[in-house]
Ligand binder design. Structure first.
Ligand code: CIR
Length: 256
């Protein structure tokens, strides 16, 4: 169960965030704020306490807090984003994390290691880390070493087609996993009960489980049906403005 969630409000500079899909247009700031309000409300409905941080205009992508750290029941690992414009976001998250973890529970990924939290998927005590455009081999090595100090286990999954591991695969507990594209046939995930996400709904693979409720993005009917059929209560949220920056539901929070 999760007790806490950290989010950061988007700033007006959101329009300058990194994107692989400029054809979707620039995000509308006012609409992004409304979608963020709804996101916070949904999290609260899931029974967690939400810590809402102020926007950081100097970091256009800083509402995607998931990339700044990995928070487990036993430790916090501060990332070192592979995207150079995002490096400072992790540093600015440390004070908030120190409100929840003592100094001897906090680990740091350092250069030349690069790692972003979107590449980390928790399955109980085990953590899958994606070797991606944003997380390098040294980042994976440091992450694994840090986790093992606390009795967690870790394995590396390489990916080629999407930005982060959780762009394409998400664990929603009870052995259920949403899988899309290159992850459908991955050996690493063969023992899970897979909910297959069709190519035309690939963005919908990024759902989040919070205390037996699954939050699903709006507009992905096959995904929504698959999650409902697996027995979950579902909350559907519109994330259109974050999709324009390759961001999904998981990217907008740290859940622990
Ligand atoms: C970026 O490219 O870094 C942001 N525009 C999107 C980050 C999405 N984060 C995530 O998947 N965890």
């Amino acid at each position: 169960m999760f007790k806490n969630v950290i989010v950061r409000r988007p700033g007006r500079s959101l329009a300058e965030g990194i994107t692989s899909a400029p054809e979707l247009g620039k995000p509308d700031y006012e609409l992004a704020l409304k979608q963020h309000d709804a996101y916070i409300k949904a999290l609260e409905e899931c029974g967690v306490k939400v810590t809402v941080l102020e926007a950081l205009e100097e970091y256009p992508d800083s509402c995607f807090v998931e990339d700044t750290a990995v928070l487990t029941k036993r430790c916090a690992i501060i990332s070192n984003p592979g995207a150079s414009t995002r490096r400072g976001e992790s540093v600015l998250m440390i004070d908030t994390i120190k409100k929840f973890y003592s100094d001897d529970q906090i680990e740091y990924i350092t250069s030349p290691g690069a790692m972003e939290g979107g590449d980390v998927m928790m399955v109980g005590n085990h953590f899958y880390i994606g070797l991606s455009a944003r997380t390098n081999e040294e980042g994976c090595r440091q992450f694994k070493e840090a986790l093992e100090k606390y009795g967690h286990t870790c394995s590396v999954v390489s990916l080629e087609e999407v930005l982060h591991l959780k762009t394409g695969v998400n664990y929603i507990e009870n052995n259920n996993m949403l899988v899309s594209g290159e992850f459908i046939e991955k050996e690493d995930f063969k023992s899970f009960n897979k909910i297959i996400v069709p190519e035309n709904e690939a963005y919908g693979a990024n759902c989040i489980w919070i205390n037996d409720i699954v939050i699903v993005p709006e507009g992905y009917p096959t995904v929504e049906k698959g999650v409902r059929d697996a027995g979950y209560k579902v909350i559907v949220l519109d994330t259109s403005e974050y999709k324009k920056l390759d961001g999904g539901l998981s990217c907008l929070s740290l859940r622990f």
